[in-house]
Design a binder for this molecule. Structure first.
Ligand code: UD1
Length: 415
């Protein structure tokens, strides 16, 4: 891409990657056909569809509408070749255990963003009566029928909260998840489970209570909008001194991120179906601390670091969720960004301009951040390993070009 253009115009976001993958897994909890709407056209949805097919489901349709027909007895094994490509595959653990009484899921690899343990997933399921062992790279869990329990999470893990929520829906008795994650994607999953017949209260707060039921029914559900994609476009507008209206988003899910843009000097206007970001000056630097929701999302950390890298001033960015998310700072430095990182803190000294260079994406969000950097770098920037971005952003290059960017997409030999 060639940097230096200002983004202007409208862009629409679709359903959230981080929600739809769990909604697809939740379909496993009921025999019959579940239909999902507002499904994004991204690689991770294709990988999850393939995983469900191998479990005996029939997946039909294409984004934005997908139907999943689940058999009376789904399979219970998720192979390494799929789990390796997408760590979120681990979200079949809870529903398959609840549904089949047994599950065998390969231990994941996935994004290069630090060690992402499964201890809270395993600890919670164990408390609910599952026997869990690790053998030959597989996590194997067995429980003829899970029993409700009170589970205290050490950290409000999104994935653990989701797995436990799905497992608890069919467990015998009451489960309480304390220090639960409060992300909008958790609320979305709970809403779908309730429509399937689950009894859940408190989703979106730190304490979620689930009264297990004997069986669930298939349903139809509309995926919550992708707040991370929406936030990426909002930050892209601010970084390029642009004027972008983001449609199909829920601004309230981005309160802190939008407030940071206001602090950096942008005008932000909120609408019922999204928001508009207008930046008429060089951004002022903003300090950011990533935290579980409603804190600043770690998934937008690379994008906001790019804003700080071209801002007027010096900012401190603290990463509290994924330790290795700073790996991308080395790549950003190749574009001339002035950054010093120590542990989970980074000092970003703003420069007037970045300068284009070849860089490499290390994960989805780093990839999106490097593309934003390329939009404000002088000359040409090439982001390799960009297949990562396809995992979470539908039509990213096309959408940016429609807003005035000069991005060309070449086949990526790496992914
Ligand atoms: C999800 C999102 C990801 C987002 C993250 C935090 C999906 C597919 N991905 O990831 O985009 O960045 O939430 O908002 O929805 N941890 C443990 N033990 C566990 C579970 C987690 O130590 O059993 C640690 C992880 O290493 C990490 C932190 O907890 O440091 C947060 O992880 P978690 O909230 O579980 O993130 P994911 O669900 O993997």
């Amino acid at each position: 891409m060639v940097g230096g253009t200002r983004l202007a115009g409208d862009v629409s976001v679709s359903g959230a990657k981080n929600s739809v993958l769990k909604l697809m897994a939740a379909a496993l909890l009921a025999e019959g056909t579940t239909t999902l709407r507002n499904v994004p056209r991204i690689l991770d949805v294709d990988i999850m569809s393939e995983l469900l097919r191998r479990l005996g489901c029939t997946v039909t349709g294409a984004a934005p509408e997908l139907s999943i027909a689940v058999p009376a007895r789904p399979g219970h094994e998720a192979d390494y070749d799929l789990v390796r490509r997408m760590r979120a595959s681990i979200c079949v653990l809870g529903p398959l255990l609840a549904r089949c009484g047994e599950v065998k899921v390969a231990q994941p690899g996935g994004d290069n963003i630090g060690s992402r343990g499964l201890d809270m997933h395993v600890g919670g399921l164990t408390k609910m009566g599952a026997a869990v062992e690790v053998e030959h790279g597989f996590l194997i869990a067995r429980a003829p029928r899970l029993a409700g329990a009170t589970v205290w999470l050490d950290f409000p893990s999104v994935g653990a909260t989701e797995n436990l929520l799905m497992a608890a829906a069919l467990a015998k008795g009451t489960t309480v998840i304390d220090n639960a994650a409060r992300e909008p994607e958790i609320i979305d999953l709970a809403a779908m489970l309730r429509a399937m017949g689950a009894q859940i209260s408190g989703a979106g707060s730190s304490t979620v209570e689930v009264e297990g039921v004997e069986g669930l029914s298939p349903t139809e559900h509309i995926t919550v909008p992708d707040r991370i994609v929406a936030g990426t476009y909002g930050i892209a507008a601010a970084v390029t001194g642009g004027d972008v209206r983001v449609r199909g988003a829920i601004a309230a899910h981005l309160d802190i991120a939008l407030d940071k843009l206001v602090t950096s000097g942008a005008h932000v206007e909120v609408f019922p179906d999204g928001f508009r970001v207008v930046m008429n000056r060089r951004p002022r630097s903003v300090d950011v601390v990533t935290l579980p929701y409603p804190g600043f999302p770690t998934d937008l950390q690379p994008a906001i670091v790019v804003l700080d890298a071209v801002s007027d001033g010096t900012a401190m960015v603290t990463e509290n969720v994924f330790e290795a998310r700073f790996m991308f700072l080395d790549e950003l430095s190749r574009l001339g960004a002035e950054i010093r990182a120590d542990g989970h803190h980074a000092i970003v000294r703003g420069r007037e301009r970045l300068s284009g260079a070849p860089v490499r994406a290390t994960d989805i969000r780093a990839g999106a951040g490097l593309v934003l950097a390329g939009l404000v770098a002088e000359g040409e920037t090439t982001v390799s390993n960009v297949g990562h971005v396809d995992r979470g952003y539908q039509y990213f290059a096309e959408s940016l070009n429609r807003l005035g960017a000069k991005v060309t997409r070449e086949p990526d030999p790496d992914v």
